[in-house]
Design a protein around this ligand. Structure first.
Ligand code: FEO
Length: 171
């Protein structure tokens, strides 16, 4: 079992991951409405990955004989001024998630809970990737500027992103 403190902190993280999923689903709907199906697809894949993050944490608590407590998900924004704005919000949010994961690691370390720390290392690596990806999108969008054809081309490229579920070792 993990301690009550870690159980509570992981349950909060589950809620944060579902909130992330909800945020990206809202972005996906927004860009679908705006006639940018590639960006909508990209955020839809992101939505599904965030659900996997929540499920991974839920599965871990269950495997340790701890309680999962799902709590209400706060509302998310429904509009963004531009795709650049949405990715800036994404990067800011992922930085917050990184700090939440780091806090979880700190608790696990303080408690000498090596199994939980080991499980959390997957999230530490994932957050490096999440921030790098969001930063890369921001860089590309800044290069494109207000070039409509550039945005059209990027939208086409992002329509290729496909969802890959976590494998049995990762889930
Ligand atoms: Fe689950 Fe995007 O962090």
């Amino acid at each position: 079992m993990v301690s009550k403190e870690l159980e509570s902190a992981i349950n909060k993280q589950i809620n944060a991951e579902f909130w992330s999923a909800y945020l990206y689903l809202s972005m996906s709907a927004h860009f679908a409405n705006k006639g940018l199906p590639g960006f909508a697809n990209w955020f839809n894949v992101q939505f599904r990955e965030e659900q996997d993050h929540a499920l991974k944490l839920m599965n871990y608590l269950i495997s340790k004989g701890n309680r999962v407590e799902l709590t209400p998900i706060e509302k998310v924004d429904t509009q963004w001024n531009s795709v650049l704005h949405a990715f800036e919000v994404t990067l800011d949010h992922e930085r917050v998630v990184t700090s939440l994961i780091n806090s979880l690691v700190s608790i696990a370390r303080r408690e000498n809970d090596y199994a939980t720390e080991n499980m959390l290392q997957w999230f530490v690596s994932e957050q490096v990737e999440e921030e790098e990806t969001a930063q890369g999108m921001i860089d590309s969008l800044k290069l494109i500027g207000d070039n409509g054809f550039g945005l059209y081309t990027m939208d086409k490229e992002l329509s290729q992103r496909s969802y890959t579920p976590l494998n049995s070792e990762q889930a």
